[in-house]
Design a protein around this ligand. Structure first.
Ligand SMILES: Cc1cc2nc3c(=O)[nH]c(=O)nc-3n(C[C@H](O)[C@H](O)[C@H](O)COP(=O)(O)O)c2cc1C
Length: 319
């Protein structure tokens, strides 16, 4: 079974992916957080920097596009094909209000007929394989059977399902009965995404769904960066390894931004998840979140490594 690294906008951008891969790795593919094509069909320098092949450092990567206009999606696919990509992913999951108000991300799921027309135009001309990352619906899991019927009409390279609906964002109950329907009825390969944070979680899922093509892991692989490696029988992360990883990542961010302040900000977002791998991490994790300035951040990170025992896998309300 394949293991994909989920895209987390603001966290798993190229600096993170490259550093994480250097220290841990163990995933088959890395999903690049979405970019939204403009109506003028101009790739912004910022988007180009993130998706160009040299930024991937040779890692097998899948760029993700968020749009509800077939002509813009086809334009983006052309750009990605020219860069040498063989697959692009459509974002049908983003729950953010500014996105859904424009009918994009999970907002597109509220208009199944338009989505059907979009796919019809896209799949007749797509120059690369197209995969889809979706939720169960905009408001209710009851929307899913209809959406699945539409997905089944097209040769989607892989249908990644996050079994929640938009108001849940990334919290609360996952609707496994709806995911089971995807496994039963999808004519396209299916990937599961959501809340996987231990090898036991992944093994239980694989046992329940032997036909599963892939799992996609996001927060669990930040909270325990060795999780994908452990799925392949590799060792858990050691304290020294984690320290080398966070030091390397902090340095890479400082180099990227040219200053410590935004680098600290990025590191605090990583620590928001990583702290769960340490016993009684909440107190120091909370202090780190509230801290100001690079010196305070560095002192708190040193204190975590000095004081807190490591767990075997992350615990607590990770999500
Ligand atoms: C901060 C943040 C940013 C995210 N950015 C994206 C994104 O750019 N594209 C996407 O498809 N999903 C995005 N997601 C959703 C994740 O890819 C994933 O579906 C979600 O975290 C659930 O999987 P997990 O429990 O393994 O983390 C984001 C989630 C978070 C928390």
């Amino acid at each position: 079974m394949r293991v994909d690294f989920a895209p987390l906008d603001g966290i798993t951008k190229s600096v993170f992916r490259r550093t994480w891969a250097r220290f841990f790795g163990g995933v088959d593919r890395y999903f690049i957080p979405f970019f939204s094509p403009t109506g003028q069909h101009i790739l912004t320098p910022r988007d180009r920097r993130e998706i160009e092949r040299s930024a991937q450092d040779g890692l097998p990567s899948v760029p993700q596009v968020m749009t509800c206009r077939a002509e813009d999606f086809l334009w983006a696919l052309g750009v990605l094909a020219d860069m040498g990509y063989q697959e692009a992913n459509l974002n049908l999951g983003c729950p953010s209000g500014t996105v859904t108000a424009k009918g994009k991300g999970s907002g597109f799921l509220a208009r199944p007929e338009d989505l059907d027309r979009f796919f019809d135009q896209v799949f007749s001309k797509a120059p690369v394989a197209v995969s889809v990352k979706t939720r169960l619906g905009y408001q209710s899991p009851e929307e899913f059977p209809r959406l699945l019927e539409i997905f089944n009409r097209y040769p989607i390279a892989c249908l990644t399902v996050h079994p929640r609906v938009r108001p849940q964002k990334y919290r609360g109950e996952v609707h496994m009965e709806a995911f089971a329907l995807a496994m039963e009825k999808s004519r396209n390969p299916v990937c599961y995404n959501g809340d996987l944070k231990s090898t036991a979680d992944v093994e239980a899922l694989a046992a329940q769904f032997p036909k599963l093509e892939a799992v996609m892991i996001g927060r669990g692989a930040i909270a325990d960066p060795a999780l994908p490696r452990r799925l392949r029988g590799g060792p858990p992360a050691s304290r020294e390894e984690l320290r080398a990883f966070t030091t390397g990542l902090y340095e890479a961010y400082q180099e990227f931004y040219g200053q410590a302040e935004p680098a600290c900000q990025r590191m605090k977002e990583v620590w928001f998840y990583l702290i769960h791998l340490f016993e009684d991490g909440q107190r120091l994790g909370g202090r780190m979140r509230r801290s100001r300035g690079a010196a305070a951040y560095e002192a708190l990170e040193a204190e975590i490594f000095r004081e807190l025992p490591l767990r075997r896998c992350p615990e607590g309300e990770l999500f």
